[in-house]
Design a protein around this ligand. Sequence first.
Ligand SMILES: [Ca+2]
Length: 665
Amino acid sequence: MSAITRQLSAPPRWAAAAVGVAIVLGGAHAANAAAPVIVTRAALDPALVAGRGASVAFSEQEAERAATNGTVIGPGRDAYTLPAEASGRSAVQLAAGQYVEFTLPKSANAITVRYSIPDAENGGGLTAPLGVKVNGKNSKTMTLTSQYAWLYNQYPFSNDPKAGLLHPDWWITECSCVPAQTDPAPVINTPFRPNHFYDEQRLLLGRTYKAGDKIRLTAGSVPTVIDLLDSELVGAPKIDLLAANVLLFGADPTGRKDSAPALDKAIAFAKKAHLKVYVPPGVYQVNRHIIVDNVTIEGSGNWYTIFKGHQVALDPPAPDGSVHTGVGFYGKDGGSSNVHLSGFAIQGDVRERIDTDQVNGIGGALSNSTVDGLYIQHTKVGLWFDGPMTNTKITNNIIVDQIADGLNFHTGVTKSLVQNNFVRNTGDDGLAMWSEKTADSGDVFDHNTVQTPVLANGIAIYGGTDNTVSNNLIADPIREGSAIQVGSRFGAEPFTGHLWITDNTTVRAGTFELNWKIGLGAIWFYALEKNIDADIQVVGDNFLDNTYNAIMLVADFPVKDLYSITNVHFQDIKVDGTGTSVLSARVAGSASFENVDARNVGAVGINNCGSFNFKPTGSEFTVTDLGGNDGGGTTGPWLAAWELPNTITCDDRPPVVAPPAPSGW
Ligand SMILES: [Ca+2]
């Protein structure tokens, strides 16, 4: 990104705001029946996001709403801070010996803890115990790690907290200068831009506990931040007797021996015998790609069947440029078809970002395929597809703790569906369509939940034709992105045909753009390399608790007189709370609005800068009022007659007014 704007100012501090909550009474076993059990989705009352996002097997409870003798941190939204990367922008800090205690809302035999512990002094991470007790007994210990957390510095980041600038010849926002060309050189404090603080870990409790039972997490040897607890009743392992069982081909379920050759043998046999491959419970060591084509591989469920790998250096590099390999399931050269993967976990060992490395959980091109019910963690990208490919369904997966994207449809992916996936803690876009060289077309991202991408966007669409983003829930983007981005950038093909962005809910998005030093929109349209002029319909979306704007349309400043954004239509939208405006237009072009209702708006409803030529004829951006655009804030109706059609209201940095917590409309 580059700097576009002029005078710089400090980002406003974000004030505390309470979250809406769903209260479930403690069960009969609760020691203290009066203690509320608070289950939320993206730290919101589930009633506010009903029908949006992924339907998941677990109940989510935020640590900051649980019982603790530790310290609640946040809420806070400033990048490079622990609260900003926490779900709901808040968490609990425990000193050694302190606890946080959750009351189970339902029967559960398994938990997932999202946490952060410090890095080692010189980077590389450390481990520390976390005590787990249920009702004061049944003691277990989790071994937490920060080996997969803590990135520093400029792209593509570093594991070294003491490193100086990776690119002293790049402009940086901290000094608004190019350090290598500045005399005297600015002082750069280390650690520089620490981020990606959190990781998560799953634990089977060994028996089923009831609603009202209390799960207490106690910090061991180091200060420990607990963000949230997911609890779940995991069913018995799935057994498939009519399949090629990998154990018969020499796979080692203890994880000691490399199981990749056994998997290859089982796959070859299964294809000849027209059987599925079945992988029973166990941990299977795999340190390279398993090539899949015309085969079904079924695990016993992602809590039980786990493929776990080491990262392996390649010398010489692979023909595709990779200098490492690791555990992953990949289509063959030229693309695969009829691949069906389900019911297992892929846990990689990726701790650094090397963009030429193919160290993703799922990769290559898979046509006419399904990927269902996987848990993918600690790979570079959960699922990175390089098309052309078509007609594939990615459903019911959990994708967490990635170095880069959660899923990327890269280059010519068509007629494919990404539905009911849960994505948390990616290091780049949660879900992306990137139409580099060839358009993605006819694809749908539907009913997914994307939380806390620590860089970039929850959902990003870079070019393409006739794609749909519907019914998703996107929360807590942190920097250099927002909840939903529509961008002509990264060499993407133009937007053509239609793009439908319907019935999504975003919360705590509309982030502060660190390079531009202005607020973004929860949905932002970004013209950088081309016009955006396809038929774009934004219908039925809710934008909640926006840190700055709800909607932004922008051209990068150096191309402001080259590119425009036109033909965008907003309809049946609810905006509940904006730190600044409902709409910020910093581009030439137009958009129409019909039945867009807003409340708790913190600044003028429309911030219209157009393309910054400030002509007497008004802004280069035209707002079309199709009626029913109601509500506003302290400055009056958000869409007022005096703002139409193109009144210049340009104020890049108005005071930010933190809205109240979202509530029922
Ligand atoms: Ca939290």
